[in-house]
Design a protein around this ligand. Structure first.
Ligand SMILES: Nc1ncnc2c1ncn2[C@@H]1O[C@H](COP(=O)(O)OP(=O)(O)OP(=O)(O)O)[C@@H](O)[C@H]1O
Ligand SMILES: [Mg+2]
Length: 265
């Protein structure tokens, strides 16, 4: 029986030339297995900091991340990460980029079987036809699909996304949101999505965790999104619950940016 992922009393302080800067303080979230949560907040509040600590790419100053009762502070094959920029190695084909991860996850498989794993995930995200293309030959959206295939080929329990659609045009963003939703419906991995985009967070998530503005950002509002699934993008223009949730998120963000501006003045 899998247990929740716990972000527990997490604080992160950076040493800066002007002294210590505490970005997040006493940040607590419990994420159930198979849950899809979004982390939403103003730019600079500390979303990426929290996500990178969950990914094990940065260390907490106090508190930490607990998976199955054990504190994690290094990257692991149980956590696949996708960033805003696809970060593919430019000298390797799409397939070879995905193969790097497939080999890490399946070190004992024969080379042909590792290739099968990589191809399976390229196929799943709809870009098998570009397997032998180099990243520079691919559109941003296709590169990001390859990056998602690379994360999936780790066969991780957790998918961690840091604004994965932020650099895409709106039609491509919609396509990739639908892809992520479809993938999640298929095997219900636990997902943490960092985003600025309110509609994206409502469309995809079971729960939106809204962060207060930093410094010392914490969870300001934990908002369940109880809209029925499968979701339909058209609900954004017709569903009263959708409007209510959207208004609640905007009220929160608006209040916090005004408070922040007052404090900064
Ligand atoms: N290595 C670092 N050293 C010092 N300060 C840092 C460091 N990394 C991040 N910060 C600061 O921590 C704060 C939070 O940064 P972070 O990137 O986590 O925010 P974010 O919510 O992801 O922002 P955005 O929405 O713009 O991506 C910012 O004020 C940033 O300047
Ligand atoms: Mg960020």
């Amino acid at each position: 029986m899998q247990r929740p992922l716990e972000i527990s009393s997490l604080s992160k302080t950076f040493d800066t030339p002007t002294g210590p800067h505490t970005v997040v303080k006493d940040f607590n979230v419990k994420i159930q297995p198979g849950e899809f949560i979004s982390l939403l907040g103003h730019s600079g509040c500390g979303k990426s900091t929290v996500l990178s600590i969950v990914a094990g790419l940065q260390q907490a100053t106090l508190g930490g991340v607990i998976i199955d009762g054990t504190e994690v502070n290094t990257p692991g094959l149980d956590r696949g990460v996708v960033f805003q920029s696809p970060c593919l190695l430019p000298w390797l084909s799409a397939l070879d980029n995905v193969l790097l991860a497939a080999r890490q996850a399946h070190p004992t498989l024969a080379a042909a079987a590792q290739r099968e794993v990589a191809l399976k995930y390229l196929n799943l995200v709809g870009v098998a036809e570009f397997a032998s293309s180099m990243p520079a030959e691919l559109s941003q959206g296709t590169q990001q699909r390859v990056a998602i295939a690379r994360a999936l080929s780790l066969e991780p329990r957790f998918l961690l996304f840091d604004e994965p659609f932020g650099m895409l045009d709106s039609m491509t963003r919609f396509e990739l949101q639908d892809l992520v939703l479809e993938l999640w419906e298929q095997d219900r991995k636990t997902v943490i999505l960092v985003t600025h985009d309110i509609d994206e967070a409502i469309y995809l998530s079971d729960r939106i965790v809204l962060m207060t503005d930093g410094p010392e950002a914490r969870v300001g509002l934990d908002l369940p999104i109880s809209l029925p699934r499968p979701r339909d993008r058209r609900m954004a223009s017709s569903n009263a619950d959708y409007f209510r949730l959207r208004a609640e998120v905007i009220r929160f963000l608006d209040h916090h940016s005004r408070q922040f501006n007052r404090e900064a003045a």
